[in-house]
Design a binder for this molecule. Structure first.
Ligand code: MN
Length: 155
């Protein structure tokens, strides 16, 4: 049996038995591209959810900030993330902690899907999108500007 009350077996392609692949978020609610969501664990006793997000090559998550924090573990592929105005390349098993009210976004490399685990509170505030002035401030750093426009940085 692949699934029971406490066990769900892994399937090929970063899927799990009995876990539905869902849209990343409501279509049109915020900018994002080619990203899916699976909720792996959710329990009020933990007050957290463990999700697996996967972006197709060149896909990206929403540029946002919020009061709740994220604990992220890269599981597959390569890409980049921007957290608080700093851009870093990421690879499998890298850890990314996203503090409260910190702009963040993940981008898969152009030729490779990228997937990550993301731990989050079950009850949490909605993501805020940057306004024009906040975007301008972020783009004032050339490396962030290149990241936001989807141009892959070096090193
Ligand atoms: Mn977020």
């Amino acid at each position: 049996m692949g699934v029971s009350a406490w066990f769900r077996s892994a399937l090929p392609g970063f899927r799990w038995h009995g876990v539905e692949e869902r849209p990343y978020k409501e279509e049109g609610s915020a900018p994002f591209k080619d990203i899916s969501r699976q909720v792996l664990f959710e329990d009020p006793a933990l007050n957290c959810q463990l999700r697996y997000f996967e972006m197709k090559p060149g896909g990206y998550s929403t540029l946002e900030r919020h009061e709740h924090v994220h604990g992220v573990v890269i599981l597959r592929g390569h890409g980049e993330c921007m957290v608080g105005g700093e851009v870093r390349q990421v690879k499998p098993h890298d850890l990314v902690h996203i503090p409260p009210m910190t702009w963040h976004q993940f981008r898969a490399a152009p030729g490779e899907a990228m997937g990550f685990l993301c731990m989050v509170n079950m009850a949490r505030d909605k993501g805020q999108l940057p306004d024009a002035a906040q975007l301008k401030a972020l783009r004032s750093d050339p490396r962030v500007a290149a990241f936001l426009s989807g141009k892959r940085s070096q090193g």
